[in-house]
Design a protein around this ligand. Structure first.
Ligand code: MTE
Length: 318
């Protein structure tokens, strides 16, 4: 893994948070993290009980995954969202602030040697935290490019030790009816559950973000913890996860249950395979509204194309 301290993703200046602002914010974060570390044993549980979200731990920036385009502005990325639990419009960010991000527990269970039930802060302490800039491509043909802080999904799976016969991994979002008005739309098959194969889950790109733009992951983007598969359409990347299940049979998925003809299990990005109702040949960059060509595998083919050899009979792209 190539890890450097240099902030390569800050090079394109047009839509980027000013460098000074980022550096100042990170210096502040490092300071407060240091202060916290001194009294962590006393303050961490108390913080969780108060519902306060601690700052991200100090971490490095991984430059292996170059985005090749300017960052989306933080404001756009955090105010233009899909999170149907809060409603079907893109403007759920204010509503989502009501979701408590502490205390928070993640379970990893099913076909694993060591089932886990982890407090989010204990999980963060146990995982190798780093920042990566990824492109995210929504099936609706919009896209953004943002820096996520998190850890490889493979690191979490290694901790749980999947059994050799396990084939699939599913990801379940929290259901909090008191703060999620979308759950009252009973025609949706809640909870939001998407899934992938174990090989996809163990791919180096599969990532579990806990932060965005150097801050704890906001609720509207899936805080405190989500998953990301940057070569797949965004609906596969579940938000605000509470449960991960390793299993043998292919699990039913949220969007595959709603409309199987439009949202398949694999959902890999491909400009040549149109959605039944629109072309996927180009995508709109949120913030600037520029239209650019869609990239095969969302530009991540060198890392993931090999996963699909021998699977040509499957509907890999829609
Ligand atoms: N996860 C849950 N639980 N609920 C959702 O509605 N929407 C998905 C995905 N994860 C969704 C979800 C879709 S369609 C997209 S494109 C991305 O989240 C959007 O992530 P963002 O709002 O952080 O850009």
């Amino acid at each position: 893994m190539f890890i450097h301290r240099r902030r390569g993703w800050e090079i394109p200046e047009s839509a980027v948070t000013p460098r000074e602002a980022v550096l100042n914010r990170r210096a502040l974060m490092a300071g407060s993290a240091g202060m916290m570390a001194g009294s962590a044993a006393i303050t961490a549980p108390a913080l969780a009980q108060s519902g306060a979200v601690p700052p991200l731990p100090p971490h490095e920036i991984n430059l292996r995954y170059q985005p090749g385009r300017a960052l989306t502005s933080e404001r756009e990325a955090t105010t233009y969202n899909n999170f149907y639990e809060f409603g079907t419009s893109k403007t759920i960010s204010r509503e989502a602030q009501r979701m408590p991000r502490r205390p928070w527990t993640l379970k990893v269970e099913g076909m694993v040697e060591r089932p886990l039930e982890l407090d989010i802060d204990a999980l963060i302490r146990a995982m190798p935290i780093e920042e990566r800039v990824y492109r995210l491509r929504c099936v609706e043909a919009w896209a953004m490019t943002v820096p996520w802080t998190g850890f490889p999904l493979a690191a979490l799976l290694n901790m749980a030790r999947p059994l050799g016969s396990a084939r699939y991994v599913s990801f379940q979002t929290a259901q909090l009816p008191a703060v999620m008005p979308g759950l009252r739309q009973s025609w949706y098959p809640w909870p939001h559950m998407e899934a992938c194969t174990i090989a996809e889950a163990q791919n180096e790109l599969s990532f579990m973000p806990i932060g965005l733009f150097g801050q704890p992951l906001p609720p509207q983007n899936g805080g405190p913890l989500r998953v990301l598969f940057p070569w797949k359409y965004g609906f596969k990347s579940g938000k605000s996860l509470v449960r991960i299940v390793v299993q043998e049979a292919r699990p039913p998925t949220f969007w595959g249950t709603i409309q199987p003809a439009e949202y398949g299990f694999w959902a890999n990005v491909n400009p040549a395979v149109a959605h039944p109702r629109w072309s996927q040949a180009t995508e709109r960059l949120i913030g600037t509204n520029e239209r650019v060509p869609t990239q095969m595998w969302n530009g991540y083919g060198e890392f993931v194309a090999g996963l699909y050899e021998g699977l040509q009979g499957e509907r890999l792209f829609a």
